[in-house]
Design a protein around this ligand. Sequence first.
Ligand code: AMP
Ligand code: MG
Length: 415
Amino acid sequence: MTTGPAADAGDPPSTVDAYQSEILSAITPLAPVRLELAAAEGCVLAEDVTAAVALPSFDNSSMDGYAVHARDVAGASRESPAVLRVSGEIAAGDVGAYRLAPGMAIKIMTGAQLPAGADAVVPVEWTDGGSAEVAVYQPARPGNAVRYVGGDAAEGETLLTAGTRLRPMQIAVAASAGRDAVSVRPRPRVVVLSTGDELAEPGTPLVPGRIWDSNSYMIAACVREAGAVAYRRSGVPDDPAGVLPALEEQLSRADLLITTGGVSMGGEHDVVKAALRELGTVTFRKVAMQPGMPQGFGVIGGGQTRPVPIFTLPGNPVSAFVSFQVFVRPAIAALQGASDLSLPAVQAMLTGPARSPAGRRSYLRGVLDGSKVTPLSGQQSHQVASLGRANALIVVPEQETQLPAGATVDVLVLP
Ligand code: AMP
Ligand code: MG
């Protein structure tokens, strides 16, 4: 992206989409590492995972019952059961080579190898459960309760593709494919710094003029939820000389830096902006959105250390939250090489009117319930109470200033 002090308060605002793509074009994915499967959960695959063998790799039973020749039980009924001699038992894990003779049955457990010659399994529920002899009350078609070789996946089949996040479902697939280690992009290390002389740590007494720091906790939680590692540094004072050293101190442990506060349009107290503008590698601009209008993005470091991308988010908690979801979350995903960059979006019907300033895209806190979404009251950017009730962000496009109840809107589903 264009970095440096070029874009600033006087320039026309960027659109959300343009700003998003500028950010993404400046992000390079982290180098892949090979991790043991247990440690790779939550990371993003940097390789495809293929089936080393066909899955399953041998024909086996899907039920506890009896392996039979289907033709031997073809006419079975409760009145006139097919009675077969039971010649043995095969448990799951038994690696012996068994063969079923015609007119006989072999007791078989779920997951046990089907004996050679058998073509069906009669579930125990269809029989008298006998040990030496079994009475079968119901016919079983060929293939009944049999899981065939390759019925799940063929040998060599691609099961997971690079860019997939390893959630529990995908961990199951990798393990089932025999993988003990995978090549993944690691969880990015993200340092979160809150700035402001007014900030007090939660748990300490509050005096008028001070507020408890919520941003550093909130953004650190957002970072972890996005699959990264968060380091929180709270309450960096509004001292222009102190901000840069506080950031530089974090560079060695950061793949990404996020600050909150100190980037408003006005005063000399906007210390983050003042400190970083000097570097010439971070751009401050207005983005046509609400909340979250003042934004900064660029890189710091370089020279001896690797340059680290930095987001300077506005201080109001809801502005910081929305900015994270819209800009930072996709950047964290891009660092991981993930294919799922944004929050899931759905369409829903507004249950009440929604307003938005002209020319800006609004993200309103809302409650999504099935196909309906209700805007919450308390939409100002300092109002965290409504944030606590929200499970979605309602998107009101730039060209709309008012949407009536009944209108269809795009909704971002919060994690
Ligand atoms: P600023 O962007 O620094 O001008 O801050 C804008 C508003 O956000 C002010 O009302 C700040 O007090 C508030 N704010 C800034 N940082 C935090 C924080 N870490 N937690 C809660 N509120 C904050
Ligand atoms: Mg401030």
